[in-house]
Write a new protein. Structure first.
Length: 279
């Protein structure tokens, strides 16, 4: 029977403070609010989405524990991608704290803010080797210039499930496809790597983006990864600087409208459920 559950594979929650979210500039004032489970539940209902995966936004264990607490209280949150100190010598011991929490499905580090060569570091790679045995996934938040580094990184960990967040943030505003397309094509040859169709509108002109400006990038990841390794996400509330929640989902539904029912079932829910082992 065809799985028709729709999953938002990427959204955030936070209690806003200027110190902890200093990346939210004046031009992003719409994000200087609290975004809590009741808020995402309202958005999910309005857009016809069945559940969601909550992803870390701060690099603290305190936030990971808080997100898991929110997930336990909100059935719509099907899984949490948290943060933990992967490069620490006691990383495995830290993971033990979360062994019994089924809602923790993966980890993420904000690699896009790290210097060149971060993913080649010995300590980070040592910690990464522990994830696969814990059935935890890894979200790669990167920008286009880091793709060559990422290819080396995922090749070191062939048993680990990886997903590229936000298409690796291509330069959509300027319409550049290369070298992003070539590097994504190479990365897509690795069957243990998937990709999130998310975060695109904030890489384009916030006021002028359109499906036509996004189309070449969507076509590329469809060709490279295929429906079974693509998952739809909103990047809410960050997306709100360029699009409301329901509009983004309508754009995705319109773009994928001519795909088969099986392909759409994968992109809009099946891939995320399988990748994150969602309960």
């Amino acid at each position: 029977m065809l799985n028709t559950v729709t999953i938002d594979a990427h959204h955030h929650l936070w209690r806003y403070s200027a110190n902890e979210y200093d990346w939210i500039g004046e031009d992003m004032s719409a994000l200087r609010l609290d975004f809590l489970p009741a808020d995402i539940e309202k958005e999910l209902l309005g857009a016809g989405i069945d559940g969601a995966v909550t992803v870390q936004a701060r690099q603290t264990l305190e936030e990971t524990r808080w997100l898991l607490e929110m997930a336990r209280e909100c059935s719509a949150i099907r899984g949490v991608v948290g943060w933990a100190p992967i490069a620490d010598l006691n990383f495995v011991g830290t993971l033990d704290e979360f062994t019994e929490d089924a809602k923790l499905v993966g980890l993420r580090h904000i690699v896009q803010a790290e210097p060149e060569g971060f993913l080649d570091g010995m300590a980070f790679n040592r910690g990464m080797s522990a994830l696969a045995s814990r059935n935890l996934t890894y979200d790669l938040l990167i920008i286009e210039p880091q793709l060559e580094q990422v290819i080396r990184f995922v090749d070191r960990h062939p048993q680990q499930r990886f997903v590229i967040d936000h298409l690796a943030k291509p330069r959509i505003t300027s319409g550049e496809l290369e070298p992003w397309r070539r590097r994504m094509s190479e990365l897509g040859k690795r069957s243990h790597v998937s990709c999130k169709v998310s975060g695109m509108v904030t890489e384009d002109s916030w006021a002028k983006w359109s499906i036509e400006s996004l189309r070449p990038y969507l076509e590329t990841v469809v060709e490279v990864f295929g429906p079974k390794r693509l998952m739809a996400g909103s990047d809410w509330p960050v997306c709100l600087v360029a699009s409301d929640y329901a509009r983004w989902w309508q754009v995705l539904r319109d773009y994928f409208d001519n795909f088969s029912a099986t392909e759409k079932a994968e992109i809009f829910g099946g891939t995320a459920e399988r990748f994150y082992s969602l309960k």
